[in-house]
Write a protein that binds this ligand. Structure first.
Ligand SMILES: [Zn+2]
Length: 460
């Protein structure tokens, strides 16, 4: 058989084996063969990767494409993703009636995205709960998100009338009936926040630490407890998304000790592993939940090492710098980060903290493939999609938003020198990024595919 592409001389990250000197062949967008180094295989094109690693493409399970420029985010944000080695994203799709909006969102992505993508659905009303089975089966979606920070007055300000503990319970009960479904929950107790926020504002505070103090760790932990407790009563698998604090992670650990409970997954984000509430990034690092103390940063690394954190997602929000150049109270929430997952995990995790590379790959690819029903993604194995990163572990680059192609024209990591970058990103065998630039071919023909991932679609 003639292969489309042969990758030679790389050290390849193989599941269960770690970095292994091997040769890898791609055919029809999939990994067709993994052979010994020096194996004699015929291919149309050969890529010599001496001195470099081959890693599976990063799966970012938490992006908000559409929060920057709704019409063009899939183009710009898929490019910024690919530049940093992210080859699959799961973006949040939210609307009044998902039955009427999802097809258009999918078409936009298929037209513009140069990486593969899927959706989670935002559950903000009883209509969403009532139609959950239908929209899951129809659009191939098995994961959702509830926004406990839009309860009550905070929700009404956003136009949400239904968000309360009743909706939380109803959604968990309904999700438990859908095979393979996971309910993600944003955990912050929004009923206490205004009390603390008003005091801090009255005291004249305008700094990143005040943003942490207005929504402290125990308000996250309290919500984590409520969600895990209700989940245990309904049998739903839950996912504590963008978990940020030691207090909240300890609460998850406590609930996991109960016998026979449904799984509790934890997602954390690069910013909770890399930034604290004294970061010079200031309002650029404003996010919900807030970036925390250095002790919380250390707790996140402990969670990475001991396995209590399941996945890493970026919570990517690509708004403009102008929305951030304000007081801490007025600045917009969230920031771009999907293309920074791998570089930050290599720089801070692998190089500085000696986190095993296999663990980083689990958190950034394999675990998301497993829990989100993406059997063709997440690892370098024969038969899987050839979503591959050629990585130079020693390449140092200063983070410069001008080269990152995001609609957002800033980065909270701006000016930092980061060690460990992909030099090529392949999506199903096709090179979409080379030497930090999106290829002309990927610009002309983006080629990203929509990923159906309901359990009935994919035996996993
Ligand atoms: Zn959230």
């Amino acid at each position: 058989m003639t292969l489309d592409l042969l990758i030679t001389n790389a050290r390849i990250m193989l599941p269960g084996k770690g970095l292994t000197e091997a040769t890898l062949g791609v055919r029809d967008g999939r990994i067709a063969v993994i052979a010994d180094r020096g194996a004699d295989l015929a291919a149309r094109e050969t890529l010599d990767c001496e001195g470099l690693w081959l890693l599976p493409g990063v799966i970012d399970p938490h992006v908000h494409f559409g929060f920057g420029s709704p019409e063009t985010d899939f183009e710009t944000e898929s490019r910024t993703a690919a530049i940093g080695g992210t080859t699959t994203v799961l973006s949040f799709h939210r609307s009044k009636d998902i039955r009427e909006s999802c097809d258009a969102a999918r078409t936009l992505g298929e037209t513009q995205s140069c990486i593969d993508f899927g959706f989670h659905f935002g559950i903000t009303s009883h209509l969403h709960v009532q139609t959950l089975e239908e929209i899951s089966a129809r659009f191939g979606v098995s994961s959702y998100k509830l926004y406990m920070m839009y309860k009550g007055a905070a929700g009404l300000a956003q136009g949400f009338t239904d968000i309360d503990d009743g909706l939380l319970y109803a959604a968990l009960r309904q999700a438990a009936r859908i095979p393979g479904a996971i309910m993600g929950v944003h955990c912050e107790n929004v009923e206490v926040i205004p009390l603390l926020r008003d005091e801090l504002r009255a005291a004249g505070r305008d700094d990143l630490k005040a943003w942490n103090q207005q929504s402290p760790d125990f308000l996250e932990a309290e919500n984590v407890h409520r969600v895990c407790y209700f989940a245990s009563k309904t049998g739903a698998a839950v996912n504590i998304v963008h978990l940020s604090s030691r207090e909240a992670l300890d609460e998850v650990r406590r609930h996991r000790l109960r016998r026979n409970g449904p799984p509790i997954y934890v997602e954390s984000c690069p910013h909770y592993l890399f930034l604290n509430d004294e970061s010079p990034a200031g309002t650029y690092a404003k996010v919900n939940p807030p970036v925390r103390s250095q002790d919380d940063v250390e707790a996140m690394w402990e969670g990475v090492l001991d396995g209590s954190i399941t996945t890493i997602g970026s919570d990517h929000v690509p708004r403009k710098r102008a929305t951030k150049d304000k007081t801490i109270w007025a600045a917009s929430n969230g920031f771009p980060g999907t293309g920074m997952i791998l570089p930050l995990m290599l720089h801070e995790g692998y190089h500085r903290r000696q986190v095993p590379l296999a663990r980083i790959v689990e958190l950034c690819a394999a675990n998301s493939a497993r829990i989100y029903n993406l059997p063709s993604k997440g690892g370098i194995e024969v038969g899987k999609d050839a979503d591959l990163l050629v990585v130079d572990p020693d390449l140092e680059k200063v983070v410069d938003p001008a080269t990152l192609e995001s609609h957002a024209d800033y980065s909270p990591y701006e000016g930092m020198k980061i060690k460990g970058w992909p030099v090529r990103t392949l999506v199903r065998g096709r090179c979409v990024m080379q030497d930090g630039r999106i290829t002309d071919e990927a610009r002309t023909y983006p080629g990203g595919r929509y990923l159906r991932r309901a359990q009935s679609d994919a035996a996993s």
